[in-house]
Design a protein around this ligand. Sequence first.
Ligand SMILES: Cc1cc2nc3c(=O)[nH]c(=O)nc-3n(C[C@H](O)[C@H](O)[C@H](O)COP(=O)(O)O)c2cc1C
Length: 160
Amino acid sequence: MLDEKAKKTILRKIPHGLYICGVKDGEEINGFTASWVMQTSFQPPLIINCVRQDSGSHEMIKNSGVFALSFLDSEQKDVAAQFFKPQRRVGNKLADVEFYSGEETGCPIIKDTLGYVECQVVESVMKGDHTIFVAEVIGAGVHREGSALLLETTGWQYGG
Ligand SMILES: Cc1cc2nc3c(=O)[nH]c(=O)nc-3n(C[C@H](O)[C@H](O)[C@H](O)COP(=O)(O)O)c2cc1C
């Protein structure tokens, strides 16, 4: 039988970065705090982004097939906190941050971050409560130097 406590403790040791995933669907835009992200291919450049199926952004990515990840720096826990509540509850999360639309996808990119990738979904795997969006990196940019914000340093948990 699965040891629930051990599963939670050990899975929470998987290291994660923190990102703002910018999404769009037609004229609508949104963003959410994401952590279950990793690179999965050099050529073509692929990443996976695992998105919870009950979020507003999930529907938007499913419809548009695009998203952009803005990479937070180690001092930007406050920005991550601005984006982890659902839009349907808190309204426009992008109202108080400077952002611009990505050239390739039109998805919102947060200006004051380390940089970004713009992604086009090429496959999706709907298993469990998150969908794994496999996406090709079709645009990228560096805003500034710095080290990435790591989930571990925030004291928050997402996983287990
Ligand atoms: C530390 C942290 C990490 C998170 N990582 C993810 C993630 O990898 N994927 C995801 O779908 N949601 C993740 N979330 C949850 C979303 O940020 C949350 O569901 C958000 O409210 C979705 O917003 P939306 O409904 O406006 O799209 C995370 C939340 C926190 C606090």
